[in-house]
Design a protein around this ligand. Structure first.
Ligand SMILES: CC(C)(COP(=O)(O)OP(=O)(O)OC[C@H]1O[C@@H](n2cnc3c(N)ncnc32)[C@H](O)[C@@H]1OP(=O)(O)O)[C@@H](O)C(=O)NCCC(=O)NCCS
Length: 128
């Protein structure tokens, strides 16, 4: 929560809770990772998957990101062994841009150490 507060204060890392009926069921965020480049992340409690909440939350963040001055591109990144995350990106109109082999290998059990990068154009002309 403290890190979240600092991100909001800095204006470069906006984290949100995803809630349903007052319960926190997941989280999502939009943060700057480079000049004109922002990144969206998300997760859900397993009991709340399969209902479209991640797609709805990430879609709202795409809309918010396009409203930030100077944002050219929004990315979603995930390990290649995580197709559910990629499906969220695909549903929202992101295009797969590249696959990057991580030099240090997988970060967590079940991962393959290949990051899939999805992009969407966030420039004002694209938004209109
Ligand atoms: C990534 C993650 C959030 C995806 O969750 P998810 O439940 O698949 O995604 P959504 O909430 O958008 O739900 C999509 C599913 O709901 C269905 N659905 C139902 N109503 C829907 C609606 N109104 N809109 C979109 N999808 C809907 C879709 O058909 C889809 O079903 P399917 O999985 O059978 O194809 C989840 O797997 C997770 O938390 N993983 C761990 C963290 C993680 O990997 N995060 C990604 C790193 S960026």
């Amino acid at each position: 929560m403290a890190r979240s507060d600092r991100g909001w204060e800095a204006g470069s890392d906006f984290r949100y809770a995803i809630t349903s009926g007052g319960d926190v069921i997941g989280s999502c965020g939009l943060r700057q990772v480079g000049a004109g480049v922002w990144y969206i992340g998300y997760w859900l409690h397993p009991a709340w998957t399969g209902k479209g909440f991640a797609t709805m939350a990430a879609g709202a963040l795409v809309g918010a990101g396009k409203g930030i001055p100077g944002v050219d591109r929004i990315e979603i990144r995930h390990d290649a062994a995580n197709p559910a995350s990629g499906a969220v990106a695909r549903r929202l109109g992101f295009a797969e841009a590249e696959r990057v082999r991580e030099p240090d290998g997988p970060e967590a059990p079940g991962e393959v150490g290949v990051t899939v990068v999805w992009c969407i154009d966030a420039r004002p002309a694209a938004a209109s």
